[in-house]
Write a protein that binds this ligand. Structure first.
Ligand SMILES: Cc1cc2nc3c(=O)[nH]c(=O)nc-3n(C[C@H](O)[C@H](O)[C@H](O)COP(=O)(O)OP(=O)(O)OC[C@H]3O[C@@H](n4cnc5c(N)ncnc54)[C@H](O)[C@@H]3O)c2cc1C
Length: 456
């Protein structure tokens, strides 16, 4: 154990914890938490450090759950399976493990580098009008609370009971009630998705965004600021006939499986988000911000129409090698077109150089206490900026538009909201009661939980 500085993926925060530790198992995790609490040290866990906020930052004990990783159990259900995994399991490892059992996640976000615990704790979501965020797929958790004991809670606990309330804050609560050691997920049989990328006029996409969301299993849209086009990226389930064609296409004339026989990745992924060329574009944009409108027009121009079919995780997940900073807000769905028009007006008026696309997604309403989609069908707007370019003016302007439209900030992405602002959106008094009951001395607090959840 030694003091080592930790930095978030986007370079937004660093921390020098007093101690770091990687427990080998749940028993050691419990001992570490109890010992730190007895010494008066605060405790946080870090997953992959992919939050842009200071959610995982501490000057106390920083735990990595990398050893609490992998599949614990698989229980088949009529709709798929309940799988229990170590909380430190990375999503890409989870997808591979599920694949080997013929299973898959119902939905994923844009990348698969995060840990399961880190992803659910900040309300990580993908897209799909009938799909919820990752925390909606959690059926139970094991959580190590401040006295070092392990509590096992789930959605089978009676509504209104202390156990059920603990489950709610443990499955999405920024690690504010304890350290998750295991997570039980509701997963489905493996499936294919047909991905269709189309470049369409901006007005057509924004004007028809509701139908676009409702007509597809998953819908994503990307907009390079200053251009009048949008890339829509829709994913739909493939029927049995389509699956048979896909399987046949992966086999050579001999009937043997081709090596690397998956269809190509999406053009957006290959050419824009993951391509080394994007890094070069960002360097030009940083050195000469005035070139950004032409660079964006070029980026939008390389995108064309493309269709491909692949296993769900390969379609949903993109690679993000170029570092950026990000803010994302969940909006009531009906507010989305107005918000995008206001953003467009701000880009036109300010001339702000932004070489990264704005991303638009949606999710179904859910009932998870701290979910950004709690109680309402939601549209998400994410603004990004290259990590070496100024972002304050852009994010401040975007946040003003989002807040005025009733937006809720993503817990893992940059924002300036406080518990006082967020109390209108979430049952923060109930959350405070759960925290006070299991963590009376505030072992799992940090500056971020104080700011956004308040001090119980
Ligand atoms: C390139 C990139 C792409 C992204 N794409 C998406 C996306 O598509 N959709 C989306 O919604 N978000 C997205 N995010 C945000 C990201 O999913 C979240 O910030 C997520 O929390 C990161 O997971 P992590 O494992 O890195 O967690 P960390 O950032 O390390 O931690 C997040 C929180 O979880 C807590 N935590 C971690 N482990 C535990 C544990 N075992 N027990 C209790 N608490 C714990 C931490 O203390 C902290 O509060 C993206 C981020 C990046 C950098």
């Amino acid at each position: 154990m030694c003091a080592v500085t930790f930095s978030t993926w986007g370079g937004t925060y660093t921390a020098t914890p007093a101690r770091r530790a990687q427990p080998r198992d749940e028993a050691e995790l419990g001992e570490l938490v109890a010992k730190a609490a007895a010494e008066g040290l605060r405790v946080r866990a870090v997953g992959a450090g992919h939050s842009f906020t200071d959610a995982a930052v501490t000057d106390g004990l920083l735990l990595s759950l990398d050893h609490l990783s992998g599949l614990e159990s698989v229980e088949r259900t009529p709709g798929g399976a309940l799988v229990t995994v170590g909380a430190g399991t990375r999503l890409h490892e989870l997808n591979a493990l599920l694949g080997s059992w013929g299973l898959a996640m119902r939905n994923l976000g844009d990348i698969d580098r995060q840990s399961v615990a880190g992803a659910i704790s900040t309300g990580t979501h993908g897209t799909g009008a009938r799909l919820g965020g990752l925390a909606t797929q959690v059926r139970g958790v094991r959580v190590v609370v401040a006295d070092g004991t392990v509590r096992s809670v789930s959605d089978a606990d009676a509504p209104g009971s202390p156990e059920r309330a603990l489950f709610e804050v443990a499955r999405l609560g920024l690690g504010s009630v304890g350290i998750l050691s295991a997570v039980t997920l509701d997963v489905v049989p493996a499936y294919l998705l047909r991905s269709v990328e189309r470049v369409r006029p901006w007005d057509e996409v924004v004007g028809g965004i509701d139908a676009l969301f409702d007509d597809h299993h998953r819908t994503d849209a990307y907009w390079f600021p200053g251009t009048d086009r949008m890339l829509t990226w829709t994913h739909d389930l493939v029927d049995d006939a389509g699956t048979a064609v896909y399987e046949a296409s992966r086999r050579g004339p001999s009937g043997l499986l081709r090596r690397g026989g998956h269809a190509a990745r999406s053009l957006l992924d290959e050419e824009v988000l993951a391509n080394g060329a994007l890094g070069a574009i960002m360097q030009v944009a940083t050195a000469a911000p005035r070139t950004v409108p032409r660079l964006n027009a070029l980026s939008a121009a390389v995108l064309g129409d493309r269709t491909h079919v692949a296993p769900s995780d390969r379609v949903m997940v993109t690679r993000r090698r170029v570092r950026f900073v990000e803010m994302e807000y969940a909006l009531p769905r009906e507010a989305l077109p107005g918000v995008l028009r206001e953003l467009a007006a701000w880009f036109a008026a300010s001339g702000e150089p932004v070489p990264f696309p704005v991303e638009v997604r949606c999710t179904a309403p859910d009932d998870v206490w701290l979910s950004t989609a709690r109680g309402r069908a939601s549209a998400y707007v994410a603004v990004h900026q290259y990590h070496r370019m100024p972002y304050r003016a852009y994010f401040d302007a975007a946040e003003e538009i989002f807040v005025a439209a009733g937006g809720r900030p993503h817990w893992g992405k940059l924002h300036t909201r406080t518990a006082a602002d967020l109390a209108a959106h979430y049952p923060l008094d109930d959350v405070a009661r759960v925290r006070a009951a299991v963590d009376p001395h505030g072992v799992f607090r940090n500056d971020y939980t104080d700011r956004v959840l308040g001090t119980p």
